[in-house]
Design a protein around this ligand. Structure first.
Ligand code: SF4
Length: 104
């Protein structure tokens, strides 16, 4: 979880209900889970990321971008698309290790 500071435009704080488990512990659904980081020095708040992945990115009325830093793997395709479409290339994705289940 991040610390909110004055002047910070992008905040890596979830805006929806919190996930039941950290992304590292959840199995991948539609892609391996990724960790998101948005560079405040590059983000110009165009909101394209919100258009591509509205479950993960949210541009608030207060002019701040909020995002879920470690969304479920089901959102990975949309998050990758958001990162590709960001005109400022402000979104960095780090792939998290996948959790595999042992056969019973
Ligand atoms: S698309 Fe890029 S520049 Fe626009 S709000 Fe999202 S992170 Fe910021």
């Amino acid at each position: 979880m991040s610390v909110h500071t004055t002047g910070q435009r992008a905040v890596d704080a979830p805006f929806g209900p919190p996930p039941t488990a950290p992304a590292e512990a959840r199995p991948a659904a539609d892609g391996p889970p990724v960790r998101i980081s948005v560079d405040n020095n590059h983000c110009e708040l165009y909101g394209i990321c919100q258009q591509e992945a509205p479950e993960v990115f949210h541009l608030g009325e207060d002019g701040r971008l909020r995002y879920t830093p470690a969304p479920a793997g089901a959102h990975t395709p949309a998050v990758r698309q958001a990162a590709r479409c960001c005109p400022m290339q402000a979104i960095t994705l780090t792939q998290l290790a996948q959790v595999t289940q042992e056969p019973k």
